[in-house]
Every structure is written in structure tokens, then in C-alpha cells.
Design a protein around this ligand. Structure first.
Ligand code: PNW
Length: 485
């Protein structure tokens, strides 16, 4: 019986891969060394420092631009099979365009990639993890359809230089955050509020940019390099508050995950039909004469459909959702409510809060999400590309170990009981880093980083020991959570 721990098989399947992740702006620092261009996070942190809770920024961060040897050493200490990193677009292409490729950026990423491979660790590379060149933002950024070609030009440079050694590619990290959260809250870069028009222009452009970068890999690189390409979605799992909210919860899943998954991973392609209809009705009532979510042409539907080699899933948290009551006010989607769906979200009282305001702990959510994905998109390969916990500082992080135990157990149940083909897991994150609007305060690291030390000394937490042991034994030690089951 699922849940009875004595009979439980706690061993990960053969071939299952373990890794850890970071992202360029969050760790590299060196924001203006050599010819690096300005990114939208440089701009936000410098011009609006009070938008970051603790007034810090990513100017130096973990200084991984200089400390990359230590980063590789940590990956080796943990026994990681892959290390997920991102390339900084404004570092590689200072103008945003391929007219000039930075030699220093090439050297930096080549050193990192080669250094990992020497230790037998696969580089798992994200092309876009939120650090858009400011020059492109000045031209409209992700709301301008021309960004599809700007992104593809950048992807071509990256595939050309690194594709002989990088076999795992993520085009874009978390369209939900880049489009929905950014334009409906303006709390991340670029700080532009445009929940109706901006958010939805962005949604379509992101999907098209991904698809075109995938097709490029297929046509020009796959036959010589044999890599895998996907896009990483952010998942918030929605459970209905009452049985009467079941349909609403399903629509919320479509609005959060389906919006960016249905066009790519479903058999039919295109926007999720129920969502397209619901958004159309909501915005037409607000007086918009055309759909704010730009429709796909039939040709575009075909072009986007199937542009994946695996499914990449970032998941941390869940929400309960219910119909809003007459006159209730809404917090912006998706950190708060689903105003377009007339949905209010809540935390189940049994879900612990974390240091991050948007993040409640709900391990069952990751299993339910995986089962839902398999129902929607079929028996494809699923890789967890991010999962981890936000805490205060401290080396004895039993709470993080508990979190990993509970979420990994649910992933095992999804594999063994529900038959979901999950083939890899990525801890967010290798080391404490610049956690966007939460600055350096919120810690997600397996390693603690001393941000007061010019060397940015990294020290393993108890959770690093837990994780390396898991990778070594490939078996989940339930430890203290055993009694709670
Ligand atoms: C993801 N939210 O970000 C990102 O991919 C990482 O860069 C980040 O550090 C990690 O998860 C932990 O936060 C998110 O406000 C940031 O809902 C913010 C939100 C969600 C995801």
C-alpha cells in the first residue's frame, strides 16, 4: 500500500541522474568585467535597490566568475552526475546580438564545462535564466515578437561554441515567472506592470522562441551532437478547496502549467482550449476587442508541437483554490490569486511556511503534479530540474534534509506506484546565492556561502552530506521522517 513505509522500495531506478542547479545572475557576479553587457537584473538592482528586500544585488554574488574551480570541486564532493548552470546572454553577447562574441565569456564557460567533464560531471545548460540584455529590453524585450529571432541567434552561438560538449539544454527557464509574474506584479526584472497585454504577448513570444531554438538544434546540431533540448516550466500544484472547486482547480493548472506545456507537449498543440476560452471571456468583459493571449495560427501550432526531447519540471509549492466571493479583492497571479478565473488561493494550514513568501511545503503536490502531467502529455521522460527549500542561515539544516526526504519520497512513489518515467532530479541549489527580490537573505544552498568574505568561502551544510550519501547509495534514507508517515 502506498504510504506504508516498511514495504516501500526506496531505491532509485538504474540510470536515474542526480544533479544540482544554479543560474548565472544568481552566482557569477563580475557584472561588469571585461566586455560584459548590462542585463535587466543589473539595471533593476542598480536603479531600484529598494526593490531587493535586503538591498543586496548580484554585482559579486558568489563570485563564481572567479571561483568556478571551487564550484566544480563542490559538485565533485557531492558526487553530482550533472550540474545545471545557465549562460549569461549579456556576458556572451555584450550587445545582445551576435555581432560580437565575448572571448572572456567563451573562456569562462569553456573552463567550467571542461572542468566538469574532466570530473565526469555532465554540464546541463540553460540558455535563458532571466538575465536579458538591457539593450533588448529597451526594444521591448519579451513583448516584442522580434525577440524570437534575437533568441535564436543567441542560441546558435551557444550551440556552436558549447554543443560539442553540452548534451542537455534548457532553452528558457520558467516562462510563468518571465511573463505572468513579471508583468502582473512588477516585482522582478523588468519592473513593468502590464498584466493584460504585456504578460500575454510575452507568453506567445517565449513559446515561439523556445520552438525555434529547438528546431534550430534539430536541423543544424542534433545529427553531430545528439543532445536533448527542452524548456523548464515552473509548477504550482493546485488542489480544489472544496469538491465544487474541482473545475476551477483544473483551469488554474492549465493557467499555470498548461499555458506553456500544452502547446509543446500535448498531442494536439496550441493553447489549452478551456484556458483560451476563459481568458478570452474575461478580457473581452474588460473591453479588449481582440484576445490578449495572441492566437496561434494552425501553422504555428504544428511548428511548436513536439519541440521537446524530455519534460523539465521545476516545482516547490502548492495552493488550494476556490471561487472568489462577491466583492473580494485579488492578489496578483500566480503568487496570489487567479483573478482571470475568479479564483482565490489559500494555504492549507498543514503546509509549513518557508522564508520565501510564495512558498509553502507540500510534498504530495509534486507527486500529484507528475501524475497530472503524465495524464496530459503521456509517457514521456520527466526530469525534475529544480526543487529545494528556502531557509535562514545555518549549517545544521535538518529542515532542508526533511524537505528533500519528503519530496524525494513522493517522486519515488510517482515512479513506482504511478509509473511516471522520472529520470533525474536537480537540487536547487548548489550554494546560497542571490535569490532575486529576496536578495542574499533567503538561503536555498546545499553549501553555505560567506558573503562577507572576499573569497566567498563555501561550506557544506548537513544537507550536502545527506545529498552526497543519497547519490552514493541511490537509496532514500527516510531518517526522521519515518515516524511521521
Ligand atoms: C525559481 N515566485 O524561482 C528559479 O528558477 C530560481 O532561479 C530560484 O532561485 C528558485 O526557483 C527559488 O526561488 C522562483 O515568486 C522565484 O513564485 C520566485 C518564484 C517562483 C520561482
Amino acid at each position: 500500500i502506498a504510504g506504508s513505509s516498511c514495504a516501500e522500495d526506496l531505491t532509485f531506478p538504474p540510470g536515474f541522474l542526480f544533479g544540482a542547479a544554479t543560474a548565472a545572475y544568481q552566482v557569477e557576479g563580475a557584472w561588469n568585467v571585461s566586455d560584459k553587457g548590462e542585463g535587466i537584473w543589473d539595471r533593476l538592482c542598480h536603479e531600484r535597490p529598494t526593490m531587493i528586500t535586503d538591498l543586496t544585488n548580484g554585482d559579486v554574488a558568489c563570485d563564481s566568475y572567479h571561483q568556478w574551480r571551487r564550484d566544480i570541486e563542490m559538485a565533485e564532493e557531492l558526487g553530482l552526475q550533472f550540474y545545471r548552470l545557465s549562460i549569461s546572454w549579456p556576458r556572451l553577447l555584450p550587445s545582445g546580438f551576435p555581432n560580437h562574441i565575448s572571448e572572456d565569456a567563451k573562456n569562462y564557460y569553456n573552463n567550467l564545462i571542461d572542468g566538469l567533464l574532466e570530473k565526469g560531471i555532465e554540464p546541463f545548460v540553460t540558455l535563458y535564466h532571466w538575465d536579458l540584455p538591457q539593450s533588448l529590453q529597451d526594444l521591448g524585450g519579451w513583448t516584442n515578437p522580434l525577440i524570437v529571432d534575437w533568441f535564436v541567434d543567441y542560441a546558435r552561438v551557444a550551440y556552436t561554441i558549447f554543443g560539442d560538449r553540452v548534451k542537455w539544454w534548457i532553452t528558457i527557464n520558467e516562462p510563468l515567472i518571465i511573463c505572468d509574474v513579471v508583468y502582473s506584479t512588477a516585482i522582478l526584472a523588468p519592473p513593468i506592470l502590464s498584466p493584460a497585454v504585456g504578460a500575454h504577448l510575452c507568453s506567445k513570444n517565449v513559446v515561439m522562441a523556445h520552438a525555434k531554438a529547438y528546431r534550430l538544434y534539430d536541423e543544424e546540431f542534433r545529427s553531430k551532437y545528439h543532445g536533448k533540448v527542452s524548456l523548464a516550466n515552473h509548477h504550482v500544484w493546485f488542489d480544489p478547496l472544496t469538491p465544487a472547486d474541482a473545475e476551477l482547480a483544473e483551469l488554474a493548472r492549465e493557467n499555470c502549467v498548461g499555458k506553456y506545456a500544452h502547446p509543446i507537449y500535448s498531442k494536439v498543440g496550441g493553447w489549452p482550449p478551456a484556458l483560451e476560452k476563459a481568458l478570452g471571456e474575461y478580457y473581452s468583459k474588460l473591453g479588449y476587442s481582440k484576445p490578449v493571449l495572441p492566437p496561434f495560427t494552425q501553422q504555428e501550432i504544428e511548428y511548436v508541437r513536439g519541440t521537446f526531447d524530455f519534460y523539465a519540471m521545476n516545482q516547490y509549492t502548492s495552493r488550494l483554490i476556490r471561487q472568489a466571493k462577491e466583492g473580494e479583492t485579488f492578489e496578483p497571479w500566480p503568487l496570489g490569486d487567479a483573478i482571470q478565473l475568479n479564483g482565490k488561493t489559500e494555504r492549507d494550514e498543514s503546509w509549513p511556511t518557508t522564508l520565501s513568501f510564495w512558498f509553502f511545503v507540500h510534498p504530495e503536490g509534486i507527486r500529484r503534479q507528475l501524475v497530472w502531467l503524465k495524464q496530459q502529455y503521456g509517457d514521456i521522460e520527466y526530469v525534475i530540474t529544480e526543487n529545494g527549500l528556502s531557509t535562514e542561515a545555518g549549517l545544521d539544516d535538518q529542515d532542508r534534509i526533511d524537505y528533500y526526504r519528503k519530496y524525494l519520497r513522493q517522486i519515488l512513489l510517482a515512479i513506482k506506484e504511478d509509473g511516471v518515467n522520472v529520470t533525474g532530479y536537480t537540487a536547487w541549489t548548489l550554494m546560497d546565492n542571490f535569490e532575486w527580490m529576496d536578495g542574499l537573505r533567503n538561503k536555498f544552498g546545499l553549501y553555505e556561502v560567506d558573503f562577507n568574505d572576499p573569497m566567498r568561502t563555501r561550506t557544506p551544510r548537513a544537507s550536502a552530506n545527506f545529498y552526497s550519501n543519497l547519490i552514493k547509495t541511490r537509496t532514500l534514507d527516510l531518517g526522521t521522517i519515518q515516524d511521521e508517515l
